[in-house]
Ligand binder design. Structure first.
Ligand SMILES: *[C@@H]1O[C@H](CO)[C@@H](O)[C@H](O)[C@H]1NC(C)=O
Ligand SMILES: *[C@@H]1O[C@H](CO)[C@@H](O)[C@H](O)[C@H]1NC(C)=O
Length: 278
């Protein structure tokens, strides 16, 4: 090739690259990630840029977070699980003044009842409105008491149906997003005093939807009592292991202002209580 035609080839290639870069920059298609990262997050709620999510390198790193309380609660109470109810029904609630949980003016959402009502009944007695959800009990929507409303639906990151169950009993059941359930309950826009989740890994659906799609609703929740179904560690920290799946959500919950108030092991699972500190 002669020198002048080599220059022409190089020049044409450069021009083509510049045109392609320009075209990609302008195109509104999926190549333009800025549209995907910053939708519908209300201003002031998106702290993504300040949220550092370190990679999870060891099980010790995971436990150093999840197995230790980060803040102290001076008035930690147990709701549910008093005999004859099983010990697994126990949930911790922090009644420190800073959370301002007022009998007669408080709202609780409870996911996963499994026909064991000790937690919901204790909050009823305390004087809160309780919205309880469980699609696996074979029970229809009903009012259990003036304060407790039951709905046969599960929690998910979308509105639809999902295969839900325990042990050998699984079936397709109705599910919906937390934000929709709050609206349906008629308590949209008010503070939610406590959310209980004992939902066999649907806690991941809840965290995903709240952190990415409903940060304004998450910011209205005072405490979250969650059964974390991460299971016994068998040496695997691959991306598909439950530890890797849970980890970034825990770090994002931290960025959203939630601090671990209490954490305890329960038959291979872990029950944690988060409070919002901001
Ligand atoms: C299985 O689940 C369905 C609803 O999800 C419920 O109606 C039924 O009672 C359950 N069966 C058993 C044996 O627990
Ligand atoms: C959820 O889906 C059901 C069934 O398709 C529909 O009737 C309902 O309006 C939906 N709810 C919301 C909030 O979109």
């Amino acid at each position: 090739m002669r020198r002048s035609s080599q220059w022409m080839v190089a020049g044409t290639a450069t021009l083509l690259m510049v045109v392609m870069m320009f075209y990609n920059g302008m195109s509104p298609g999926p190549g333009n990630t800025s549209n995907i990262i910053t939708p519908n997050s209300p201003s002031g709620q998106n702290k993504d840029s300040e949220c550092h999510v370190p990679g999870l390198e060891s099980i010790e790193q995971y436990r150093a977070y999840l197995h230790h309380a980060e803040v102290q609660c001076n008035n930690l109470k147990t709701f549910g699980g008093k005999p004859p109810a099983p010990d697994a029904g126990k949930k911790r609630v922090c009644l420190d003044d800073r959370f301002n949980i007022q009998p007669g003016n408080c709202v609780v959402f409870s996911f996963g009842v499994n026909n064991e009502w000790s937690f919901e009944d204790d909050f009823d007695k305390f004087g809160c409105k309780v919205y309880a959800y469980d699609p696996t009990m074979g029970k229809k929507d009903h009012q259990r008491s003036p304060n407790i409303k039951f709905m046969a639906k599960g929690i998910a990151s979308y509105n639809g149906t999902k295969n839900i169950g325990m042990e050998k009993n699984w079936s397709m059941q109705k599910v919906d997003r937390f934000e929709n359930l709050v609206r349906e309950a008629g308590v949209e826009g008010r503070e939610i005093d406590y959310v209980k989740l004992d939902v066999e890994l649907s806690e991941i659906d809840f965290m995903q939807d709240m952190l990415f799609n409903s940060p304004h609703v998450l910011a209205a929740i005072k405490q979250i009592g969650m059964e974390v179904h991460d299971g016994p560690f068998k040496g695997d920290l691959s991306q598909a292991s439950l530890y890797q799946v849970f980890w970034p959500y825990f770090m994002k919950m931290r960025c959203a202002g939630f601090r671990l108030i209490h954490t305890r092991e329960t038959w291979g699972w872990r029950e944690v209580l988060w409070g919002r500190y901001d």
